[in-house]
Design a protein around this ligand. Structure first.
Ligand SMILES: [Zn+2]
Length: 352
């Protein structure tokens, strides 16, 4: 793109005829030779004066010089391509490092906000739209993984009669409250997890042999199971699994790294921890169920306090060695005392 122009250097009134080259983006500048010297100006440095009737077009140069031309359509077109709003912004950002950093922080922050707040919301919708049969399948697969592939769990050594007794005690509570979600109680031995209980997607609730050995009454175990059923009722485990999967998918989409997502997913399920809010929700359900069923809420406090004492007295050595996959009751609550206080003070509200 070239055009003929008269060049005034700003010092003498003498004009010299020059051939101006208009270089569009990415160069975005004009270039011409005069008196053996090469002049170069960026589009952003020059100012094209508005058209005035049929007068010649004037182009002001930054060092006081000026170009006068009859035809500058070429130049205007070249400059137009740069004036495209998007490229103008990009160009601006490129020249303002501060804004680049702000944009970068904004992007990271938006991503973090989405993972933090958007993904849990999304997981809730997905969970609601998923039929319970699929949720149960997922829970069964996770349990099978713990049983066989990972070897975290092995068959329970507790007498079947005792298992039945606990099952019956829980069923009795549910019958009285009429408020229990569908569940499936599983007993397992686990050196790695120790005394604990946790709920998997689909209502599969696992109780370890060590927890049964630690209990003094079946009511204590029912109280722990009532807490787990609180998680089941609100599908906490399923929601968290979906969240983990969604976050993984999003990270894979952003980074293009599908492998790490595929290999990281089981680990994410393992490290699943409920937030304080979800635990409070499950505790609330336990309290309500125990009171409705005429069971002393104090039973929950008793076993929880015993649990935290065991983990302290065993020394943190063994506790630290444990990987605590999916340990629910204990590990998430360093502040057990605050948590059990309401259970120590509460009275049954039943009339039976
Ligand atoms: Zn819990």
């Amino acid at each position: 793109m070239t055009f003929q122009a008269d060049f005034f250097d700003g010092y003498s009134a003498r004009a010299s005829s020059v051939l101006v080259k208009a270089l569009p983006a990415p160069d975005s500048m004009i270039e011409f030779d005069s008196d053996g010297r090469r002049y170069r100006y960026a589009f952003s440095e020059i100012h094209v004066q508005a058209r005035l009737g049929n007068a010649r077009r004037l182009i002001d140069l930054p060092d006081g010089g000026r170009l006068e031309a009859n035809q500058i359509e070429e130049l205007e077109m070249a400059m137009q391509s740069r004036r495209n709003a998007f490229w103008r912004m990009v160009h601006y950002l490129e020249n303002h490092l501060g804004w680049v950093i702000v944009a970068l922080i904004g992007t990271v922050l938006a991503g973090w906000m989405f993972l933090q707040f958007g993904v849990p919301r999304l997981a809730e919708y997905v969970a609601e739209a998923t039929p319970p049969s699929i949720e149960l399948k997922l829970g069964e697969q996770v349990l099978a993984g713990f049983d066989h592939k990972m070897g975290y769990l092995s068959p329970s050594k507790i007498a079947v009669s005792k298992q039945d007794e606990i099952r019956q005690a829980l069923a009795d509570m549910c019958k009285k409250t009429g408020d229990c979600p569908r569940y499936r109680l599983e007993f397992r031995e686990s050196e790695m997890i120790g005394p604990n209980a946790f709920a998997l997607p689909g209502g599969i609730t696992v109780m370890t042999d060590d927890l049964i050995k630690l209990s003094k009454t079946d009511t204590e175990l029912v109280a722990v199971l009532a807490h787990e059923l609180g998680h089941v009722k609100k599908r906490h485990a399923f929601r968290q699994s979906i969240q983990g999967a969604l976050a993984g998918l999003i990270l894979a989409a952003v980074t293009g790294d599908v492998n790490s997502m595929a290999s990281g997913l089981p680990a994410a399920v393992l490290q699943m921890r409920y937030s304080r809010a979800l635990e409070t929700e499950a505790d609330g359900f336990a309290m309500q169920s125990l009171q409705k069923a005429c069971l002393p809420p104090k039973a929950f406090a008793d076993i929880l306090l015993r649990l935290s004492q065991v983990s302290v007295s065993k020394g943190d050595k063994k506790q630290a060695q444990r990987q605590e996959p999916l340990s629910d009751i204990l590990s998430t609550h360093p502040d057990s005392l605050d948590r059990v206080k309401p259970f120590m003070l509460a009275k049954p509200t039943c009339s039976g």
